[in-house]
Write a protein that binds this ligand. Structure first.
Ligand code: ATP
Length: 353
């Protein structure tokens, strides 16, 4: 089921929580609504669900206006941050619930319910928990059961609001990968709310970046990460170094250092801003000269998995320069505070505004 959102707005008093949003979400894709707190993600999700009515605009499911379709008739399944499982029911009963309360004419018989619940529990790899109660499961397991329960009624659209928000980082990372694999198997059109850019980039087919109730950009994870439409998207999708200066003839001049400006765009004298991601800067110990090289002193070095996070003090301003160095590079072996190094931003990776 595709979802078409056309010029949808929702105000609370004077405040526009969702401001003229239009989106087209193709059938079978997993879309992440990504944005800071208060950017309108949940409100938009609730509008798609039919839990909230837009002041303006329409939501269509596969071309059909849903404005007057009640939430229970939209064929949507939900998973929320806080596992809304019934505590007094076993896992099996929780997953079966949506099927048992269906109107009699469409309710499957006992044997079918049993078969379907068993299959769903296998799908979320928790068939061995069927007779347990939610209190006997871990947080991550409960969310997988919540997902099985949402899928039991065979929704045409699956809506997930920060489903892993309450879990610790490790479980969260596991569940993300698990959700991705599950989605590849079942292909139900899904919309996923998150404020975590890593989660959005890793899990989804399509990312919609929201800010102040509006869509800043939408596209594949690669598109929005590699070709951000504006500084907000650039900054929100990961850590960024920002320099102010002047741009002309393919170079940005910042505090006397020339940085490569890949877009060959002349931006008026003072107003140029150059952005560079920490992993797009190369570090070397031996002195190198030439254009685009920044001499700097290491301030701090810390380990972040396969990379070293290095903060550098340099002559271009008060801000520290953030660089990520793969730990298998020779320079990573000996880096320490106080050391002089040379930083060279990768030409094609400087983003200018
Ligand atoms: P978060 O990640 O914090 O949940 P969000 O991006 O999902 O944020 P929403 O929950 O959609 O944002 O809220 C958007 C704005 O609308 C917020 O400023 C919020 O306070 C406001 N808002 C949401 N629901 C209501 C309501 N029922 N009444 C008044 N204001 C509301």
């Amino acid at each position: 089921m595709s979802i078409e959102i056309e010029q949808v707005s929702r105000r609370f008093g004077d405040f526009a929580a969702v401001d003229n949003v239009s989106l087209s979400l193709p059938q079978g894709e997993l879309t992440a609504l990504l944005g800071p707190s208060g950017s309108g993600k949940t409100t938009l999700l609730r509008i798609i669900a039919g839990l909230e009515r837009p002041d303006h605009g329409t939501v269509k499911f596969h071309g059909e206006d849903t404005t007057d379709v009640h939430v229970s008739d939209r064929g949507v399944g939900f998973v929320f941050q806080h596992y809304a499982l019934f505590k007094h029911m076993t896992v099996f009963e929780n997953v079966a619930y949506g099927l048992k309360v269906k109107p009699r004419r469409v309710r499957p018989n006992q044997a079918d319910i049993h078969r379907r619940v068993k299959k769903l529990l296998e799908l979320v790899q928790l068939d061995w928990t069927a007779h347990r109660y939610p209190s006997q499961l871990s947080g991550g397991q409960r969310q997988r059961i919540a997902l099985a329960r949402a899928l039991a009624v065979e929704p045409k659209v699956l809506l997930l609001d920060e489903p892993f928000g309450a879990l610790d980082a490790k479980v969260r990372a596991e569940l993300r990968r698990w959700l991705r694999r599950l989605h590849d198997e079942i292909h139900v059109t899904s919309v996923f709310v998150t404020h975590d850019q890593e989660e959005a980039l890793e899990v989804s087919d399509r990312v919609v970046v929201m800010n102040h109730g509006r869509v800043e950009q939408e596209g594949s994870p690669r598109e929005v990460y590699d070709h951000p439409a504006n500084p907000f998207v650039y900054g929100f999708l990961g850590q960024v170094n920002l320099f102010r200066g002047r741009v002309s003839g393919g170079w940005a001049e910042i505090g006397g250092v020339r940085l490569p400006a890949p877009e060959h765009r002349d931006v008026s004298d003072a107003g140029a801003v150059a952005y560079i991601r920490p992993h797009d800067i190369e570090l070397v110990e031996e002195e190198i000269t030439g254009e685009g090289v920044i001499r700097a002193v290491v301030e701090t070095v810390s380990i972040a998995g396969a990379v070293l996070r290095v903060e550098l003090r340099h002559g271009l301003g008060d801000d520290l320069l953030h660089v990520e160095v793969p730990r298998d590079q020779p320079v990573a072996q000996t880096l320490q505070a106080g050391q002089v190094v040379y930083a060279r931003p990768k030409q094609s990776r400087v983003f200018l505004q």
